[in-house]
Design a protein around this ligand. Sequence first.
Ligand SMILES: NC(=O)c1ccc[n+]([C@@H]2O[C@H](COP(=O)([O-])OP(=O)(O)OC[C@H]3O[C@@H](n4cnc5c(N)ncnc54)[C@H](O)[C@@H]3O)[C@@H](O)[C@H]2O)c1
Length: 416
Amino acid sequence: MQFDIATPTLSEEGARRLEWAGRRMPVLASLRERFRQEKPLEGRTVAACLHVTAETANLMLALRDAGARPALCASNPLSTQDDIAAALVAEGIPVFAVRGEDSDTYYGHIHSVLDLEPDITMDDGADLATILHTTRTELNPVGSTEETTTGVIRLRAMAEDGTLRVPVVAVNDSQTKHLFDNRYGTGQSAMDGIIRASNVLIAGSNVVVVGYGDCGRGVADRARGLGAHVIVVEVDAVRAISAVMDGHRVLTADDAAEIGHIFITVTGNKHVLRRRHFERMRNGAILANAGHFDIELELTALEEMAGPSRPIRANLDEYVMPDGRRILIAAEGRLVNLGAAEGHPADVMDLSFSNQALAAEWLVQNEGALEPQIYTLPAELDAEVARIKLEALGFGLEKLTDDQVSYLSGWQEGTA
Ligand SMILES: NC(=O)c1ccc[n+]([C@@H]2O[C@H](COP(=O)([O-])OP(=O)(O)OC[C@H]3O[C@@H](n4cnc5c(N)ncnc54)[C@H](O)[C@@H]3O)[C@@H](O)[C@H]2O)c1
């Protein structure tokens, strides 16, 4: 078996963390039980480009239970947990990922999983799909799945201009993914990453959240829960007004730049904080990004203004401006929740990765019948994932009476 990881010696520690995460993933566990009986992915190779975390490792084991041959590379050079990579290799699953790998190694690893000629590809940010549509056009998988908002936006753009040549399941678009993972997962783990990188007190500080989508709303909620004054920056008026009614201040980036102590970008867009904002920032401002790519902070401009940075703590680099102000960047401007913390808790990745496993099964079940388009998993699967999670958490779900079903589907009954 080929693989490329930091060191196999970390496998025992990785196996313990993998087990711990698995205990908190009851929906995936119930799928694994069914997969072991039914083997819906028998003989299929699945190439996954996902963050190499304990939760992803549990997904890899679920795919293997389904009869697949999974292989994994990283979807971000800084998110790999080397102990987890080692634990998966010890399980016989090929992994090509080393925390902190350079760009050439990162893309080399993507090619390594594609060399296995996958039947299904799983992406978090569309890197595999991009290579499939540029340099590896000889490969023709049955279909692909996509985990995150940024990847889905890119794949939709490919579908619109007629470039897309494989069917894709937008896992992000399942309600049991984006309403939970993006909101509660990113919310908690982004704050966790900032705290681990800086150990600053959040209470009483001005936390600026740039982007108030599912992720931004989650980050803003958790920052407020820690006692911050939250300021939101948005370009979409509807989202901006919902931030206002959620109780946050909404300002332009220029105005927010002057008062923020901590900035978190979560837009999926480029250079949302740039030179003009760095010029206005207070001494000691801490900047972090939780959006998919490391392009939300214009770090090249910061380097032009301040010269090279120096590491002041693990995962925190300091730039000194010509006027003496210090600006700090967490996790090199990459996903702070994965670069400086452990990513989303298993409890929420249970939902996302159950959707990933169901998406792979759905692609195989529908092989030959799908167009090169973006698909969303059927609503019944969303409901089933939510139902199993509720049951596992020990909550009850009310049922409609027959009378209520007929009332909701009719129009004659009104004011008594
Ligand atoms: N850190 C993680 O683990 C994690 C998890 C899930 C998603 N993501 C990524 O986070 C990003 C956001 O995801 P989402 O689901 O919240 O997306 P979303 O589309 O729901 O929200 C993004 C918001 O950013 C706003 N925006 C765009 N440009 C802006 C600008 N210049 N200034 C201010 N606001 C701007 C948009 O109007 C939108 O409301 C994506 O890149 C996604 O892939 C990261």
